[in-house]
Design a protein around this ligand. Sequence first.
Ligand SMILES: [Zn+2]
Length: 145
Amino acid sequence: MGWYACAALVLVAGCYILVPLFRGPKGATDLDLPDETEVDRLLERKAVVYRGIKDLDFEYAMGRLSDADYRRLQADYKNDAALLLQKLDQLGSSEELDKAIEKDIAARKISLFASGPDRKALHCPSCGAEVVPGKKFCADCGKRI
Ligand SMILES: [Zn+2]
């Protein structure tokens, strides 16, 4: 009897701990975010490569890598980073890229703050761009709203 009770308790505790791990983050699924763009994917990969370079430097500083391994891996990462930056450049000048990112952020903020069907879309009186609720200035033209 005592053994069964113990086993049942372990099972219940195990489920309590494990089940949330297999669920997505709360509320993330009901957000209707715009599709990931090519720029998003490249920026994400760039962040991964940069993190890899930092980790590599750390591992080398800790003495866990030989000089040869360090140089070879660092060259690989730098090649990857150069390719990614090249691709990002091909997608547009950095100014255009900044604009694309700003627009994307604004769109995501709008969908984040959107609450229910009674929400009215706010527009800038100066340029007509959609405005994030609660903001005092237009993200597109910079005029006060
Ligand atoms: Zn404006």
